[in-house]
Design a protein around this ligand. Structure first.
Ligand SMILES: Cc1ncc(COP(=O)(O)O)c(C=O)c1O
Length: 430
């Protein structure tokens, strides 16, 4: 008998064993018994501002006292302001923002916008990607989470993106990986028929599939290929947006301007469910005189918009984007490089800003993964052991496949960050 009243995502219901969390502040959270953990994964990459940032909590309270909800058909100052601030930091050429209630819905609408605006059916999407768990978003997802849903993905054609450590192109340098990955994409476009392709969707830095930072020039190459054929570029920045990678958007790292950018998580640290699509010129022009076929009751929810306005203010005022870039380069990278040099179980470490992955191997020479690339479900028992060892040491990272992911809040104290990475290293040492 399952007595838990909550039906848990991604889980066999009888096998869920979760920690009951009582509270959090900054980069820490704790249970009823007073055990506390350093949050090294920001609650699924959400908490760029950490737990309970007072400015955001106050903004939500203040808005709740004024107006809790408003249909999207009305205008509200707080909604205009949230969109205006997002556009200020979004890639150049962005025109407007469609608000959703999370990342998957943002992807759904980006796909729909692309298909309707171009009149073309196909979407090119990467293996080793995650775009959300609704039907269309799962249809473009490229990781094993889609395996139990064999009928999703009509109109999706999958390609391999760059990943030099496990290159699909037998490349041994970044330049080779970039050129061969672009060549592969170019061929795929030709085989599929460019005029049938609405969009290419990418995570500019692949998030939950391993923090895959593409070689310089790759994203610009994808942009150029899209331009050649009138194909739209969708950047899924749900995980990477609003400072996570040390820039407002990961696309900024290579000065690439997508046609559509999806966001969620970091835009308000997940304090109120929200996501959205930043709409570029081409799509905005298409829907200037034609109605957009889609909407949501909660689009531009006032509590969410108030939290966005406050969050962008904090990201700016506290210099958190620059801080993420600095901490990544000067603290995390050297500490992880040191782990890689010392621990044979570490195959590769990679990341940017405050998004990092430690890839674990059974054999460094062959690069055999510590656990197999496998069907979704609970993590492999060996990875559960590693996670347990981390928790026992007071740190809470994320494990996915054969990797440990570190996505700490951008506000994390520098000494805590150093100590936290050291504890993860100690957990891996066994
Ligand atoms: C890149 C990316 N896109 C989309 C999503 C889906 O977002 P949500 O869980 O808010 O629906 C995620 C979630 O982790 C993500 O990482």
């Amino acid at each position: 008998m399952v007595s838990d009243p909550v039906f848990h995502p991604w889980s066999a219901q009888a096998k869920v064993a979760q920690e009951t969390v009582a509270g959090g502040a900054g980069a820490w959270f704790w249970n009823q018994a007073g055990e506390r953990w350093l949050d090294l994964h920001s609650q699924l990459g959400n908490l760029n501002l950490g737990h309970q940032h007072p400015a955001v909590v106050a903004a939500i309270r203040e808005q709740a006292g004024r107006l809790c909800t408003l249909a999207p058909s009305f205008r509200a100052e707080v909604r205009d302001e949230a969109a205006r601030l997002i556009l200020e930091v979004a890639p150049a050429g962005s025109r407007s923002v469609l608000f959703t209630t999370g990342g998957a819905e943002a992807v759904e609408h980006a796909l729909r916008m692309a298909r309707v605006a171009t009149g073309r059916p196909k979407i090119l999407a990467a293996h080793r990607s995650y775009h959300g768990a609704t039907e269309g978003a799962m249809g473009v997802t490229g990781d094993p989470r889609r395996w139990p849903l064999p009928t999703t993905g009509a109109g999706t054609v999958r390609f391999s993106g760059p990943y030099r450590y496990r290159s699909d192109f037998h490349a041994s340098t970044d330049a080779e990986e970039r050129d061969r990955a672009l060549d592969h994409l170019r061929r795929l476009v030709a085989y599929e028929g460019p005029a049938s392709i609405a969009a290419v969707i990418v995570e500019p830095v692949v998030g939950s599939n391993g923090v895959l930072v593409p070689p310089d020039g790759y994203l610009a190459g994808v942009r150029a290929l899209c331009d050649e054929h009138g194909i739209l570029l969708i950047a899924d920045e749900v995980m990477t947006g609003f400072g996570r990678c040390g820039a407002w958007f990961a696309s900024d790292l290579w000065q690439v301007r997508p046609d559509l950018t999806t966001f969620a998580k970091g835009v308000n640290s997940g304090y109120v469910p929200v996501g959205g699509v930043v709409v570029g010129e081409r799509v905005a022009d298409h829907f200037a005189e034609r109605p957009y076929p889609g909407g949501l009751t909660y689009s531009g929810h006032p509590l969410a918009c108030a939290s966005i306005v406050a969050s962008i203010g904090v990201l700016r005022d506290e210099g958190l984007i620059e801080r993420a870039a600095r901490l990544g380069a000067t603290v995390v990278r050297p500490l992880l490089d040191d782990l890689a040099a010392r621990l044979p179980v570490v195959g590769e470490v990679r990341g940017t800003g405050l998004a990092w992955a430690i890839e674990l191997v059974a054999d460094r020479a062959t690069r055999e993964p510590l656990v197999p690339y496998d069907a979704p479900g609970r993590p492999h028992p060996r990875m559960v052991e590693i996670l347990r060892a981390c928790r026992a040491r007071g740190v809470w990272p994320f494990v996915a496949a054969n990797r440990v992911h570190l996505f700490p809040p951008l506000v994390i104290d520098e000494d805590d960050l150093r100590a936290g990475v050291a504890e993860v290293g100690a957990a891996l040492t066994g």
